[in-house]
Write a protein that binds this ligand. Structure first.
Ligand SMILES: C[S@@+](CC[C@H](N)C(=O)[O-])C[C@H]1O[C@@H](n2cnc3c(N)ncnc32)[C@H](O)[C@@H]1O
Length: 255
């Protein structure tokens, strides 16, 4: 957090800050109602709505920092080793800080993201011919490449329920899927899968989160939670859990 923002936090009453945040979110999400996913997330990166201004060309948020990402990377790398995975498709790959640690453990890595400028930057800076590739696509609408393992990490939490339902309908018919979502502590969960407009915020402040195996999404092939890490709220305080869930696409539940 910059010194100016930290000082502002100390001087401005918490209630006023919360009102300002709420109002800013409302305005952003009202504007987003008429935008495509590409436009919504391009706006987030251009305006550094997930932080990182002055530090990186593209910044996918603090959730991609080492302390949050390390246990996830270890978990996915272990899964790749245990299941003989040779191709990974990372849906909503973002700035590739997390993806890079996974790409090095697998024969072929394809990162998909909906922001054209980000994908151009990834291809210019991180592609390795035949091994690491990036493609611009909307995972809710466009054909997705074949892979043994699909990853969706902290993406769905930013999407509306309508968009998530379209992602579910667009998932490939076979392969493993690991979905990672920031969810509230069970004691603070008011209702799962509460709707929101697509944008930079998530459902945590509304006492909700995305639970893909539950209605209205009810994705089949659920095989349980494989990782749980304490999450942080927008003020950097511990709040909720970042949980990873395993699915076998096209499979029955609890196979
Ligand atoms: C919070 S970032 C997470 C990045 C990465 N998965 C990680 O954990 O570091 C969410 C990313 O999902 C991308 N995204 C959002 N909606 C998408 C969609 N419909 N299709 C493809 N990518 C999408 C955004 O552009 C953004 O880069």
């Amino acid at each position: 957090m910059s010194g100016v923002r930290a000082a502002a936090r100390r001087l401005i009453p918490a209630a006023l800050l919360n009102w300002y945040r709420h109002r800013r979110t409302e305005l952003e999400e009202t504007r987003n109602a008429a935008r495509s996913h590409g436009e919504v997330f391009d706006d987030i990166y251009r305006n550094y709505r997930w932080g990182g201004r002055g530090r990186a060309a593209f910044f996918s948020g603090h959730g991609s920092n080492d302390e949050a990402a390390d246990p996830y990377v270890r978990c996915v790398r272990d899964f790749i080793g245990a299941h003989g995975i040779d191709s990974v498709c990372d849906l909503g790959c973002g700035d590739f800080r997390v993806g890079a640690e996974i790409a090095s453990a697998v024969g072929r890595y394809i990162g998909i993201d909906v922001v054209p400028g980000l994908v151009d930057w990834l291809n210019a800076n991180h592609a390795q011919p035949g091994k690491v590739m990036f493609r611009c696509a909307d995972m809710a609408a466009d054909p997705l490449p074949a892979a043994n393992l699909y990853l969706i990490r902290q993406v769905l939490q930013h999407l509306s329920n309508d968009a998530i339902a379209r992602v579910v309908a667009n998932l490939p018919p076979a392969g493993w899927l690991i979905v990672t979502e920031h969810q509230p502590d069970d004691a603070r969960l008011i209702s799962p899968n509460r709707d929101k407009r697509s944008g930079s915020t998530i459902r945590l402040q509304k006492g909700s989160g995305v639970y893909l195996e539950r209605p209205p999404f009810s994705l089949r092939g659920f095989d349980g939670m494989i990782l749980e890490v304490v999450g942080e709220n927008h003020a950097g305080k511990p709040e909720g859990f970042i949980r990873s869930f395993l699915f076998r696409l096209g499979g029955p539940d609890g196979f």
